[in-house]
Design a protein around this ligand. Sequence first.
Ligand SMILES: [Zn+2]
Length: 149
Amino acid sequence: MAKLVVKRSRNGRGIFSEESIKKGSTITVFTYPIFYAKSSKRNGTWLQVGDSLYMEPLGFIRFLNHSCSPNSGFKIRGKEARLVAIKDISAGDEVTFDYSTTMHKDKWSLKCNCGNRKCRGLITNFDTLTKSLQNRYKKLGIVPRYAYS
Ligand SMILES: [Zn+2]
């Protein structure tokens, strides 16, 4: 597990690595006993982990920001969400993931201000991404099975 710290970032607070992380390595693992079915009460900080299941992001995971050019992604299995590096990460880098990789049949969307030159401008469901981007993420193993059929 990498040493992580919450600091100010471009959009509020974010999670930063205090050490370098090799592509493919586990950054951290989250497990939660409580999962919620889709509900009108949820807000944008919930992590989708199943067709209609969401994990409440307790602790510092709630500061994990989206990027349209992310350096990490989630491998979700059962009640475990493993955050893995999909690029080499340097000490001091912000850790980000593409929120769309876990989003399926979700009415929620968010205007993106990630600042990347490839920014899509809007964060929406996985199936709205271009086929080539979907395939790239699938090959990296960071798209949960429920997000595509
Ligand atoms: Zn963006």
